[in-house]
Design a binder for this molecule. Structure first.
Ligand SMILES: *Cc1c(COP(=O)(O)O)cnc(C)c1O
Length: 440
């Protein structure tokens, strides 16, 4: 990971605007549709960690496929460039660059939780000796339910089989050495380490390379849910040696509500026809797929886990977004993101200094290497009311029970000025409970 920069910031609007002028990624903002307030000015959209904004190109990409459906109908499967049959392949290189994989290690299909189940079918193979799964405590509920139901499906007791790692007393985030220690402690009975890339609640970015190494040393499989990491932080899945990873595309990857999902399967499993898997015709060897023969023969690599023919409309929206990520480059996005979020952290600290007390607590790690775009804030007084006033003032952020406001400036479309405007709105809400939202 990049070494953390020391930034010299100033708490003025002019300074924020200067940072925007110096930002070489600034033109990408114009490639997105920004939600607007009633007066026609853009809202401050800090919710790309939940649903990324719509790239202007997405409607064109989807429209082209609608047109092809209209004009070619069934012939669209094999006519046009790319044909629907080959559509999958057009997303591979950009996806591989995004997550640090080889092209044949990635496939785009289904939705996230579905893919998590498919991966668990192949890579959680509990035995009487090795049956445990280690994961972070308080993982996103869908991951908890998926893991719990898989454990039960294999006839094991979730209470005994799932080992959750929680922060130490008085701390909000996990220490990597505690994760490594837990993996060592359970090494003899461990089947799988299944970790999120970035925690949805705290915003902590886990050290996936170290976690993967510890899991491998313990002789266990290792998989990652990168829902909050893909398109947010640089990833090196192949090099880290994860067995599998899954992610959705509608958060930082801006591919639309209910968008498709990505899967990584390490090259070491690329040619494993005997690995248990739930199969479907689209995972069958492409050259002979339409011979419709009996006896499943998987495609090489991650493609062999496909079930159904490609979901062309969600794929088209995703392609539009992938193309933007490829042009911007994950390294440059990360550089801007670290600066944007550091500026946000600095300005929040200024609120506390001016108030002479900790009115805003950031539970996300302070070290930029251990976080992505998002900061998770706990407001000392009236958190929920503060959140509602932010929404009324035209800020889009979200509230996560029990007590966190999540704010995630995205480097593709957010500006330093927006970060400054956001903190000045927040400061006014905090310092004056009596100011009605409209006056801000
Ligand atoms: C957003 C998110 C999900 C959502 O799963 P879907 O199947 O796409 O609805 C699951 N897991 C994590 C960690 C998430 O952040």
């Amino acid at each position: 990971m990049a070494t953390p920069m020391q930034y010299l910031f100033e708490n003025t609007l002019a300074f924020a605007r200067q940072l925007d002028r110096e930002d070489e990624l600034r033109p990408f903002r114009d490639e997105f549709i920004l939600p607007q307030k009633a007066d026609g000015t853009p809202k401050i959209y800090f919710c790309g960690n939940s649903l990324g904004l719509q790239p202007k190109a997405a409607a064109r990409y989807v429209g082209e496929e609608m047109q092809r459906w209209a004009s070619l109908a069934v012939e669209g499967h094999f006519e046009g460039n790319p044909s629907w049959f080959h559509y999958q392949h057009t997303m591979k290189d950009a996806t591989a660059r995004l997550v640090g994989a080889l092209p044949h290690e990635v496939v785009i299909m289904n939705t996230l939780t579905v893919n998590l189940h498919l991966m668990l079918v192949s890579f959680y193979r509990p035995t009487a000796q090795r049956y445990k799964i280690i994961m972070e405590a308080g993982a996103f509920p869908s991951d908890q339910y998926a893991v719990e139901s898989q454990v039960k499906f294999h006839g094991f007791d979730p209470a005994a089989a799932i080992v959750e790692i929680a922060p130490r007393q008085g701390e909000s985030t996990l220490r990597t050495e505690d994760i490594e220690q837990t993996i060592r402690e359970h090494a003899d009975s461990l089947a799988l380490v299944m970790f999120g890339g970035i925690h949805y609640y705290t915003g902590q970015a886990f050290e996936l390379g170290r976690i993967a190494a510890a899991a491998k040393q313990a002789g266990a499989m290792v998989g990652f849910d990168l829902a909050h990491a893909a398109g947010n932080v640089p990833l090196r899945l192949h090099e880290w040696g994860a067995d599998f990873a899954v992610w959705c595309t509608y958060k930082y990857l801006n591919s639309g509500p209910g968008g498709t999902s990505g899967v990584f399967v390490h090259e070491r499993h690329a040619n494993s026809p005997d690995l248990p898997r739930f199969a479907g015709w689209w995972g069958y060897r492409e050259e002979t797929r339409f011979l419709m023969q009996k006896g499943f023969q998987p495609m090489y690599g991650a493609d062999g886990w496909q079930l159904s023919c490609g979901q062309i409309l969600p794929f088209a929206a995703h392609r539009a977004s992938l193309e933007i990520f490829d042009r911007a480059g994950m390294d440059k996005l990360r550089q801007k993101s670290m600066k944007l979020t550091a500026f946000l952290a600095y300005l929040l600290q200024q609120i506390n200094e001016q108030a002479g007390e900790e009115s805003v607590r950031i539970i996300t790690p302070a070290d930029p290497r251990h976080r992505g775009c998002q900061l998770s804030l706990i407001i000392a007084k009236d958190g929920k009311k503060t959140f509602q006033k932010l929404i009324e003032a035209g800020v889009v952020c979200d509230w996560r029970e029990p007590d966190v406001i999540r704010v995630a400036p995205a480097p593709l479309y957010n500006t330093f000025e927006e970060v400054w405007q956001f903190t000045s709105i927040l400061a006014k809400i905090i310092t004056s409970d009596t100011v009605p939202a409209q006056a801000i």
